[in-house]
Ligand binder design. Structure first.
Ligand SMILES: Cc1cc2nc3c(=O)[nH]c(=O)nc-3n(C[C@H](O)[C@H](O)[C@H](O)COP(=O)(O)OP(=O)(O)OC[C@H]3O[C@@H](n4cnc5c(N)ncnc54)[C@H](O)[C@@H]3O)c2cc1C
Length: 313
């Protein structure tokens, strides 16, 4: 092991404490340790983040043949640990950034830190219907920029009525032969401009007032069972893929009142608490990609290293 960052003595503060263990946190850990900062990753009981839920990641640079999400996260973790990061698979339940050193509680233990990077990401809102989790990565997706090319010449559906759903549908028209938006209301809540783009696109069909009851298929998605919530009629639609675009929830509940959050609960970026930094999907509701999360992680670590230098005076 090429350990560049030493752990602090018992009871001393860590230079950098990371909350979360997705691509943003583990990239920050690589940069922080390589900057010789003692680095603790309180990675959560579900370590690795959203990519642990997926199969092939085809758009992360450096993997010309694609890479499985969990494998990619394992490699990032190994790289961070190689330089001396300590990863603990516990959830942070409390974070006090009101006085120095900062204190985080995880697994009932207290950890002190000179700087903190919050990289707790976001959780996709899923439909919660039968078949969805079983077929995740086998036709069920939440990210058209990631997965649209897998559906070349196929039929797909998008569920949702906001800007994200419109964007997903428009991306999918570049590959799929048929794109159907399934929406539970009789109008979209997306911006007028996005709606217009969708409504003007002849390759997009819309099924209004309709909810997905079940995703059908054994090894891969073969269709969906639908319920018209006005007529109570059920029907089936044959599709090869379904993109769920009904929202993301940033994982910021425990930081409420501690750091600045926007009205949707995303961390404000940049954050205005000296010594506290944020990285990845926890603040980025626009791009939501592994590579952008990693980029934000790099930036947060470099900012934290600069802050630690300034502390020394
Ligand atoms: C099914 C699926 C497929 C995807 N495919 C692709 C793809 O092919 N390409 C691509 O670029 N992007 C893809 N994405 C998006 C990508 O995974 C995210 O943009 C990226 O993972 C965000 O990274 P992050 O580090 O900001 O947060 P996350 O990956 O969300 O990680 C956050 C981590 O923080 C942890 N955490 C939360 N709260 C706490 C707490 N209190 N204490 C400790 N830990 C905590 C969570 O358990 C999690 O491990 C996909 C997403 C999904 C859901």
């Amino acid at each position: 092991m090429m350990e560049l960052a030493k752990k602090p003595a018992e009871g001393e503060a860590w230079d950098v404490l990371l909350v979360g263990s997705g691509p943003s946190s583990l990239t920050a850990a690589i940069y922080a340790t390589r900057g010789a900062a003692s680095t603790l990753v309180l990675g959560g009981v579900k370590w690795g983040g959203q990519l642990m839920l997926t199969t092939t990641v085809d758009n992360f640079p450096g993997f010309p043949d694609g890479v499985h999400g969990p494998e990619l996260m394992g490699l990032m973790r190994k790289q961070a640990e190689r330089f001396g990061a300590l990863v603990i698979e516990e959830n942070v339940t409390e974070l006090d950034v009101s006085s120095k050193p900062f204190v985080a509680v995880a697994g009932g233990k207290k950890y002190k830190a000179k700087s903190v990077i919050i990289a707790t990401g976001a959780e996709i809102s899923w439909l919660g219907v039968p078949g969805e989790q079983k077929l995740l990565g086998r036709g069920v997706s939440s990210c058209a920029p990631c997965d649209a090319p897998f559906f070349k010449g196929k039929k797909v559906a998008v569920v949702g009525g906001g800007d994200s759903a419109m964007e997903e549908a428009l991306v999918l028209t570049k590959y799929a032969t048929e794109v159907t938006i399934i929406h539970r209301r009789d109008q979209f809540k997306a911006s007028k401009a996005m709606q217009q783009k969708v409504l003007n696109n002849k390759n997009i069909k819309i099924i209004w007032n309709t909810e997905v009851m079940e995703i059908l298929g054994d090894q891969k998605v073969e269709g969906v069972k639908l319920l018209n919530n006005q007529t109570s009629k059920t029907s089936e639609l044959a599709i090869d893929g379904i993109f769920v675009a009904i929202g993301h929830t940033p994982s910021t509940k425990i930081f409420s009142g501690k750091i600045d959050l926007d009205e949707k609960g995303y961390a404000k970026y940049p954050i205005n608490t000296p010594g506290v930094f944020v990285a990845g999907d926890v603040h980025d509701y626009r791009y939501k990609q592994a590579v952008t999360a990693a980029g934000f992680g790099c930036m947060a670590a470099m900012d934290a290293l600069k802050y630690l230098e300034e502390l020394k005076g």
